[in-house]
Design a protein around this ligand. Sequence first.
Ligand SMILES: Cc1ncc(COP(=O)(O)O)c(C=O)c1O
Length: 398
Amino acid sequence: MSAMQVLRDRREIPLLDLSAQYVSIKHEIDNAIARVVSTSDFILGEELGLFESEFAAFCGVRHCVGVDSGLSALELVLRAWGLGPGDEVITAANTFIATALAISSTGATPVLVDVDSRSCNIDPDAVRAAITSRTRAIVPVHLYGLPAEMDTIHEIAAEHGLAVLEDACQAHGARYKGKRTGSLGHAAAFSFYPGKNLGAYGDGGAIVTDDGALATQLRSMRNYGQKAKYVHSNKGYNRRLDTIQAAILRVKLRYLDGWNALRNRHSQAYSELLWGASVGLPHRWEGLESAWHLYVVRSPFRDQMKAHLAARGIASGLHYPTPIHLQAAYADAGYRKGDFPVTERLSEQILSLPMYPELDRGSLERIAEAVLSTPGVKHAPLQVLTPRPLAPGALRAI
Ligand SMILES: Cc1ncc(COP(=O)(O)O)c(C=O)c1O
C-alpha cells in the first residue's frame, strides 16, 4: 500500500474482530450449535467429553476438565489443593485481577510480586524473595501469550515443596522449550472468554493436568460435588462448561495453530514496521513461542498515542491500566504505590495494538503509521525500563 493510500484509508480497525472470524467458519459453527440443540444435549453432553479429550491432547497432558470460566478454573484447582485462610499464593503483580480473585476466594492470601521489565512476566528472583513458611503455591501467568520462566519457577517450587498452577488464560497454544502451555505446571487454567486465542461464544474455561486424582476431584467439584447422580462427596459448585460452548470450541481448536501462526506473522510485521522508532517493542525469546494474544508496545507518550490512534479510527487497549495492588478491591491488603515499580511503570507505558488473525497488511501499515506519527514518539528518547541483568540460565531475548 502506498503512503497516500495508508493515509486515505479511514476504515475503523478494532482491537480484535470476532465477527470476521465467525464469517470464516460460519458453516461449521452453525452446524456444531445445531447438533447440540437438536439433541438437547446441553449439560455435560457428548461434545464436552470430546472437547476435553481433544484439548488435553492439544496441550500434551492426560486430563482436561471444562468449567464455566478461567476464574473458576484457577479457583477450583486451588480449592482442590486444600488452600484456605492462612495460606499464601505467589503471583504476578501485573496480571488480570481474576488471578488474584481466584486466590482470595479460597480464603488464601495473594502475594503479589513484581515482573521482569522485558518479558512482563513474573520475576523468579522476586518469587524467591516472597516465600515464607505460609507459601503453598505459585501461579505464574503467561501474560500476553508469552510463557513465563517455568524451569526456574519449578526449581524454586521444588526447593520449597510448592505447587505450580499455570495461569494460561492468555496463552492457548504457546510453547516453552517445545512443550505447550498447559503441560508446564502441576495443573493449568485456561479461559475461553470470547476474545481469547481460543474463545467460546460466551464464558468458558478449562483445567488441564496430568494428575488423574485431581481431575476426578475437579469433575465432582464443578458438578455439585457429585460422584454419582445425587451422591455428593463434597460441597461442590455449579461450574460446568456448556455443551454448546464445547461444540464451538471443538471447531475452533482445529484452527488454533493456524490462527496463532498468523498472529506471529503480524507481530513480526509490527516489529519490522516499528523498528528503530522510540517505541518499546515486545522481545522474542530463544526457546519460547508466544501465542501473541496481545501485541503490547511501550512509550512514555502512551496516552497521546492512544488518542492519536483513536482519532484515526484505530482501537487500542490497556492491559492493565491500574495494577491489582492499587485497586480498591485490594485496599485491605496493605500495599502502597511504589511497591512494584516495574508493574507500575509498565501500567503507565503499555499500549496493546490491534491483534487478531484476520488483520491485513494494509491495516498493519496504517496502525504502524499512526504510532509513528504520534507527536513526540519518533524523536523521543527511549525511556523504557532498564532490564535487570540476566541470571545464568535465564531465557535470552533474541
Ligand atoms: C491472565 C488471566 N487470568 C484469568 C482470567 C480469567 O478468565 P475468565 O475471564 O474466563 O474468568 C483472564 C481472562 O480474562 C486472564 O487474562
